[in-house]
Design a binder for this molecule. Sequence first.
Ligand code: GLA
Ligand code: ZN
Length: 674
Amino acid sequence: MAGWRTEKLQGFCYGGDYNPEQWPEEVWLEDMRLMKKAGVNLVSVGIFSWAVLQPGADNYDFAWLDRLMDLLAKHGIYADLATATASPPAWMAVNHPDTLPVDKRGSRYRHGSRQHYCPNSHVYRDYAARLVRRLAERYKDHPGLAMWHVNNEYGCHISECYCSSCEHAFRVWLEKRYGTIDELNARWGTNFWSQKYYRWDEIGLPAHTPTFANPGQQLDYRRFMSDSLLDCYLNEANILREVTPGVPVMTNFMGSFKPLDYFKWAQHIDVVNWDSYPEPTSGTGQEYAALNHDLLRSMKGGQPFLLMEQVTSQVNWRQHNPLKRPGVMRLWSLQTVARGGDGVLFFQWRQSRAGAEKFHGAMVSHMGDEHSRVYREVEQLGGDLQRIEEIADARITAKVAIVFDYDNWWALELDSKPSADVRYMKSIETYHRALYRANIAVDFVTPEQDLSAYALVIAPTLYMVKPGVQDNLERYVSTGGSLVLTYFSGMVDENDRIHLGEYPAPFRKLLGLCVEEFDPMLPEQRNRIKTADGGSYECSLWADIIRLDGAEAIAHFESDFYAGGAAVTRHSFGQGKAYYVGTQPNDVYVAKLLGTLCEEAGIVPPIAAPAGVEVSVREHADGRAYVFVLNHNAEPVRVELPPGEYANVLDGSAKQGEIELPVAGVAILKRNAE
Ligand code: GLA
Ligand code: ZN
């Protein structure tokens, strides 16, 4: 499918996970009334219904789901129908204990919570396939079916399994990847520590080892597990595509989520989406969400995405679970729209009476009616999404991109490194945060992808350089792009073997420098860097000892034995420029550096807004553009608008000059034709 819009999925999707099997059927009617009142048009049903749908190995019961689907259709609410395979019934654990996953120390998990299946269990996969085929055949022509929700949050709890089925599947995966055992030995460098293999069946999983397991093996195990879970997804998705070719198929993602290579997965889902649970009172929830919105949106070329789950009020799974403050749920929901989302859904519709999630907030609380603060906010948001319907499908254009790569993330964070504190997401966040706070739109890209649409590309800590990446980045810069690389980049190949020569070997030419040594700092240690204009900025974590070889230094270290040495450099390469940041500078410096680079490239924010005010633009192909202005501050703010007359599409009010936004206030401005 190209895109996910069908006749049934128009405008904004609004709703949540709906688990009516937890309630007597009288409650379902009340649910319909409250859903209609709140403007709900899409609910995810059946996610944890396997045990109800299949009481025994050869025994299915779809009666309640039939009634539910009919009820939804009667009320004009569409089903994002789940395949129910995320939590196998008890009989499976009893009849087939080897469907249960095994941990690193060889201990088998039990039935009794959820996601207790080994990703490589053929028994599990076969049962799943049989259930999915029945569901697809049964509901394929149902007027209520709008979308398929395969499984749920693959890998959320179990993203590794060390059972014998997985071990066998790993060997098959390796043989397919490397062809010969000699090739595998070379790629993994097994002459180290007597690890050489002579037969495929000598190879095990990197489980419980006395010390560091082979890095190549660990890395391939991560790839293999991401692929194993993807095979579980495809096992179901292929059936759905065969039986219902016109119905979009997806599974819910969890933001950047390390265990699964979502760039690879995204090629197999029709609707990119994610479940967002920022800590609500840290003050940085909106930055976390913005990064993940941008990342997920980028995975399908900017196609509108869905926020598949969030909480209305508070979750149950942190040590302390404060409430989202009044207005914040609406603010963060409209932030989703501001950054390219065309749907807002919650976990869950009605707060559970029993079970481990009974203290997890919902659209309808234990109170059970429309009189809670939370329901009122839910109803208000439903109205907002209807009022702004004309925005659905509008796109975001970014001139800046951040490189993101799962293989790099996995390899960078393997054990036995110069510093255990080098964390990929911290590095990515540093650069995203600077752009986010400056209200500069940003996409994420893979290192192999065509970068020509971007004026500025930042590749934080690109430790692993896979085949083709050096050429791609050189081509980008030589044809006029600006590229920023940072410390501990260009170190290893796709098997975590060093790129020999002076560091960073694949980027020496592009950067016009050589890193002679690197000096990771202790957690409390700091240095400073000095710029030509006299500025001085704190830096931490890492210091590269750089010898210039064509590049010029634009900042120098202030102390230690490399005081006066280059810390940040610039190198002209073809028609473009390559920058290198050989440390972790503070946010002030990163903002200044990126500010300068954006300015040079002519990239400016849509509105000059005060700190804590997020601005983002969505535009239709016909030129209709919407400027979102969101106040994340704990105080009201005034924002100066560029000349012109605007309409706030949230309430139709006319705006010009200056607007005032209350705490958690949002304006969505459409410029009137002159
Ligand atoms: C995840 C799951 C849901 C629910 C929520 C609770 O996102 O998909 O089933 O457990 O967490 O926050
Ligand atoms: Zn297993």
